[in-house]
Design a protein around this ligand. Sequence first.
Ligand SMILES: O=C(O)Cc1cc(O)ccc1O
Ligand SMILES: [Fe+2]
Length: 407
Amino acid sequence: MCPYGLYAEQLNGTAFTVPRDQNRRSWLYRILPAVLHHPFKELKEGNMTANFEATKPNPSQLRWHPFNIPKKTEASVDFLQGLNTLCGAGEAKGRHGMAVHVYTCNTSMTDRAFYNSDGDFLIVPQQGALFITTEFGKLKVEPLEICVIQQGMRFTVAVNEECRGYVLEVYDCHFRLPDLGPIGANGLANPRDFKIPKAWYEDREVKGYQIINKYQGALFVAEQDHSPYDVVAWHGNYTPYKYNLTNFMVINSVSYDHADPSIFTVLTCPSGKPGVAIADFVIFPPRWGVAEHTFRPPYYHRNIMSEFMGLIRGHYEAKPEGFQPGGATLHSMMTPHGPDTNCFEKNSSGKLEPERIAEGTMAFMFETCLGLAVTEWGETSCEKLDHAYYKCWQSLKKHFNPNAKPQ
Ligand SMILES: O=C(O)Cc1cc(O)ccc1O
Ligand SMILES: [Fe+2]
C-alpha cells in the first residue's frame, strides 16, 4: 500500500516499449482504483458516431451557419449529450482516423464522468467557459483557450451558461508541438505556455455514479458507488493540458508572398509519413500584415489535405461575411476554395501599408490528410448547412488584359 493508504495505478498513453522520447505514462495515487465499477452497458445518448460509411461522399464547398445551442428552459443538455459528430474519417477499431464534433450544451454533467477509449479530444470552446474536472485536477477553459484530454482520461464538464465549441478527435496518436526547423528554438506555441492541472480530489460516496466510455465509436456506461475524482497525487508525463491561443507567437512574411498556413500550426498529430498530418490544429490570430507585392488574404487554393474551419470570434479575412462565429466550413481535398468576391476585389487594389490583420478575431483550421465524410447530422439534422455558400464566388469577374503593361 502507498502512503496514506492510497492505491497506485498507472495510466499509459503509449505502448510500454515506444522509444523513451515518445513514452507517455502517469502514476495516479488514488483512494480506490478505477477497476472498481459494475459491468458496462450500452448507452444511447448524444449524437457522436465513428461510422463514416453511412453517408454518400460530398465534395462540395460546405458552410454551416452557427450551430443552435439548446435553451435551458426547453431542454437540459450536458456536454456529453450535446456532442454531435459533423464529419470524420477512418475507423476507431483500427486506431486510424479523425472526427470533428460540435458541442452545444447548457447544463453541467452531474455524477457522471466521460472517457474516450478511441483517441484524444482537442476541445475548442467558442462560447462559454468549461469547468473541467479531470482525474489529474481541474481546468477552466474559456474561449480563446483550448484543452487536450487524452485517451482514457476521465473528465466531467460543468458549465454556468449556454456553451458551444468544437472538438477535434484523433485516433492515431497524441498531439505534439510541430518541429520548428529553421525557425529555431523560439516561436509558434511555446512549451512553457501549456498548463497542466494540479491534483484535486474528493472522497465522496455516490450511489450510481456513471462512468461513460466511448469505445469503438459506441457509448457504454458502468456504475460505481464513489466519485472517480479521488486521485490525491499523481506524477508523470501523460496528462490533460490547456493552452491560451493569445500566447501564440505569430510568424509571417515580412517581405513578399503569402506564407502557407502551416506557419500557424499550434499542435499536430503526425501520420507515419514525414510532414503529413492526421490532423494539424492551425489558428489565424491577429497579426501585422506587411507583405509587399502580395495579395495578403488566403490565396485561391486546391489542397491535397481536407480543411475544416471554425470561427471563435470576429471575422475571417477571406470571408468577412457569411462565415460566422460558431459556424464552420469544410473544403475537402482538391475542392477549390478561396476569398469571396468582395475580399478579392478589395484586397487587389489599394496601397499595401502595414496593417493589423484579423484584429479581435480568432479563426482556426483542422487540416487532415484524410478524406472526410459528412455525417447525416452535418448534412441534414443540424439544419445549418448554408446551401447558398457557392454564391460567394459566383460574381468573380475576368480581369485578364493581354495588352496590360507588366507591373
Ligand atoms: O482556406 C483557407 O482559408 C485556409 C488557408 C489560409 C491561408 O492563409 C492559406 C491557405 C489556406 O488554405
Ligand atoms: Fe485553404
